[in-house]
Design a protein around this ligand. Sequence first.
Ligand code: KIV
Length: 278
Amino acid sequence: MSSDAANDPATRERTRPYAIRDLQAMKARGERFSMLTAYDHPTATILDAVGIPVILVGDSVGDNVIGYDSTVPVTLEEMIHHTRAVVRGAPNTIVVADLPFGSYQVDVEEGLRSGIRLLKETGANAIKAEGAGPVAELARRSVEMGMPFMGHLGLTPQSVNQIGYRVQGRDDASARRLMEDARSLEEAGAFAIVLEAVPSALAQEITEELVVPTIGIGAGPHTDGQVLVLHDLLGLSTRPAPRFAKNYVDLRSVIADAVKSFQAEVAGGEFPDADHSY
Ligand code: KIV
């Protein structure tokens, strides 16, 4: 394989695993990239085989897998548990793990300790946390300590009790604040910034302003990368998907149909047949 092909994100057969520096190189070349959530080993093996460069073990595990109403109740232990499973299935992918609510808000030291546990006990490559201000300081200290840091601005679901699930940055003041927050995270050393539920034009301005890649979710088409919650993409969510989440397949129906077929064959004495018996 030529070195161009080896570095092409669309080339499935890679000669080396994705590295964080590849994301900035892709931005510099104007190549869009994808990030998806995963919370378990089999899913991680699929994303890794397809060649998705970044897997996010999001705290959205709370409302997509564990059955919580939001991401707020997710614990550091739960993040460690799910991240370990994903890392074991994704040797070629950059695995980013979310710091859950309550594991970094009290002070930077606690955030550092939580980040160290997430990386040390799981083998993930980077941590992500929501917000700026003190979180920019957490980003700076994390990077100084050797922990790559991904930012997350706009709709920050851990603050749902304060801001709801609403588009952010619609008025001038909050748009300016978002731009300043993005600059502060980049300056602190964040290697990428998720922009969630912000107007496309603002996401474009932030994307053009920053050297590090932006990764949009509900932020329009101009960000450097796009992320979706895999359960929304697959039609596996139990809650209504947000408007920005495109549903590529209705896996809930596929699974329900398979389960109904099994149930009917058991009831009718067709399963197990000779092929599935010893
Ligand atoms: O937890 C998560 O899935 C996220 C994405 C929405 C970016 O943070």
